[in-house]
Design a protein. Structure first.
Length: 170
């Protein structure tokens, strides 16, 4: 729905074209929970957009169009959502994809480091992202741990939270 009206996949693709962008990120809540998300992803790829999908990792990514770059969370113990990780998704990840850990504390960091090694993620995907959980851990502290352990990860700040304090719609 947009402005109270139901939109078709074609309507969405036409509207996206008005933005004159090359990259489209499908996110918000859990996109894979939306009935027509696979049609949307395919439709955007068919129009030659570079498409990424941000997913919580709780639903299967097996049917996602291979042209889509998946950015998949692995929930850490501190998120209290560890049980939502669908670990079979790791088997479907490729060098076109990324895995993101949002880290709340030292326990989360060590758990994330263990998953990085256990699943050989640095070799499996294009990037492994370590992000400090907003207002739970100092960014500098996490950065120092990553540097100290020389982890093959990208340090990432949750920019939407820094810029807009996690306001809806941003």
């Amino acid at each position: 729905f947009y402005g109270g009206e139901r939109m078709t996949i074609t309507d969405i693709v036409v509207q996206v074209a008005d933005y004159k962008v090359a990259h489209i990120c499908v996110t918000g809540g859990e996109p894979l929970a939306q009935r027509n998300v696979h049609d949307l992803l395919r439709g955007l790829c068919d129009q030659d957009y570079k498409v990424s999908l941000e997913t919580s990792g709780a639903m299967s990514i097996a049917q996602v169009d291979p042209r889509v770059s998946i950015v998949m969370d692995l929930k850490t113990p501190g998120s209290l959502e560890l049980d939502k990780n669908l670990l079979s998704n790791i088997d479907h990840l490729t060098k076109n994809d990324q895995v993101k850990f949002v880290i709340c504390d030292r326990v989360d960091y060590e758990w994330s480091r263990d998953q990085l090694n256990k699943y050989n993620l640095a070799e499996k995907v294009s990037d492994v992202l370590f992000s400090p959980s907003f207002e739970q851990i100092e960014a500098r502290e996490l950065a120092e741990w990553v540097l100290e352990d020389r982890l093959p990860v990208r340090f990432q700040l949750q920019q939407h939270k820094l810029l807009w304090a996690d306001a809806p719609g941003h």
